[in-house]
Design a protein around this ligand. Structure first.
Ligand code: NAD
Length: 356
């Protein structure tokens, strides 16, 4: 099986190196093919998502992705910025469903910003729609305000939109995920203010008719943001749009101790997926050898489970990570008194040692 390995920028190459080490240790003879993406690709080829990289991703059975972005590219025109690579991959590969589990490992309960009793045993799955919403809606741009109290003044605008098929397909994915868990789905919207999200709510309610065994609740996004820090264990599977999902999944990540622990999967209709940590390229710690590689290692496990049909190997990786944490090994982001601080490479080595 061929895996496209797109490490990217910042800590991307450091964390992806550890995840590939773990994949190699499984002895499954995966074909791991690297390619440049993001700022690294822009510097080498003048584009954050060169054709060769996109073609490699298309021809692979799955994509393992690190992270892209660096502040030094902030001045580039938007189309050439590193982050466009991830948007381009999502669009070209049809990746519309983003799975972001937020699991609080028993050993890390104290690393959470919330009281241990609020997060102990936490296991939420946020399903974020990836291809629609205000991130892609047209028209967008800058102009002189055509009306209102600031008519004639410069303004910027984006367009929020969702089509029925887009909402239907993410709703089906979310209901099916809820079926495999505790049969409870929360759909997050802003139907009280936004027409787009009244439509979202109506369509999700219609799709619910096909899943009578799943309990559906609707929640406004402001309330969801509050409930996530008040009583996060009330949630099981959460489905929401692109922007709300972006924000809520980062909020949920902190409940688990560190964004450095959280994997994610972005899937298309055929189950093909791109797997990446939920965090960015962390330029502030790049090159220091202290980044937590576990989110990327756990993303590789998700890849084995969802795209490569190797659930048993995925379980082995999950178990190895748990044992490493139980041994008290911690990267700086999850370190606490009484545990042993290790770097990126040592953490990867420890997971490989547990696997063996
Ligand atoms: P970030 O997630 O990169 O970092 C936020 C904070 O978390 C930083 O303090 C960082 O040091 C820390 N952190 C992140 N990952 C960590 C890890 N594995 N181990 C330890 N600490 C970790 O977010 P940001 O600083 O807002 O963005 C930095 C760059 O990443 C920007 O260019 C942004 O556009 C990009 N970004 C890319 C992606 C992606 O590639 N999918 C996602 C989000 C942000």
């Amino acid at each position: 099986m061929k895996i496209a390995v797109l490490a990217g920028d910042g800590i991307g190459p450091e964390i992806v190196a550890e995840a590939t080490k773990v994949l190699v240790a499984l002895d499954e003879h995966f074909e791991l093919e690297p390619a440049l993406v993001g700022g690294a690709a822009y510097e080498a080829h003048g584009h954050p998502l060169p054709d060769a990289t996109l073609n490699l991703a298309r021809a692979a059975d799955a994509v393992l992705f690190g992270a892209v972005g660096d502040w030094k590219f902030d001045k580039l025109e938007r189309a050439l910025r590193p982050e466009q690579a991830i948007l381009g991959l999502r669009k070209n590969l049809g990746l519309f469903a983003n799975f972001r589990p937020a699991i609080c490992y028993e050993q890390l309960t104290h690393a959470s910003s919330l009281k241990p009793e609020l997060v102990a045993g936490l296991d939420i799955l946020i399903v974020r729609e990836l291809t629609g919403d205000i991130y892609f809606g047209q028209p967008r741009g800058r102009r002189a305000a055509p009306d209102g109290p600031f008519a004639g003044q410069p303004e910027a605008f984006d367009t929020m939109r969702y089509s029925r098929p887009e909402i239907e397909r993410i709703a089906h994915v979310a209901f099916q995920a809820a079926r495999k868990r505790s049969r409870k789905l929360t759909s997050v919207d802003k139907a009280n203010v936004l027409e787009t999200f009244q439509f979202w709510k109506d369509v999700v309610t219609e799709v619910h008719a096909q899943y009578p065994d799943v309990e559906l609740e609707h929640m406004y996004v402001d309330n969801a943001a509050m409930q996530l820090v008040r009583a996060p264990k009330k949630f099981d599977v959460v489905v929401t749009g692109n922007m709300f999902g972006d924000i809520l999944s980062d909020e949920a990540s902190m409940l688990t101790g560190s964004i450095g622990m959280l994997p994610s999967a972005s899937l298309n209709e055929r189950g093909f997926g791109l797997y990446e940590p939920s965090h960015g390229s962390a330029p502030d710690i790049a090159g220091k050898g202290i980044a937590n590689p576990l989110a990327t290692i756990l993303s590789a496990a998700m890849m084995l489970r969802y795209s490569l049909g190797k659930a048993e190997q995925a379980d082995r990786i999950d178990a190895a990570v748990q044992r490493v944490l139980a041994r008290g090994l911690r990267t700086a982001d999850i370190w606490s008194e009484g545990t042993s601080r290790v770097g990126t490479v040592q953490m990867g080595d420890a997971v490989v040692a547990e696997l063996r």
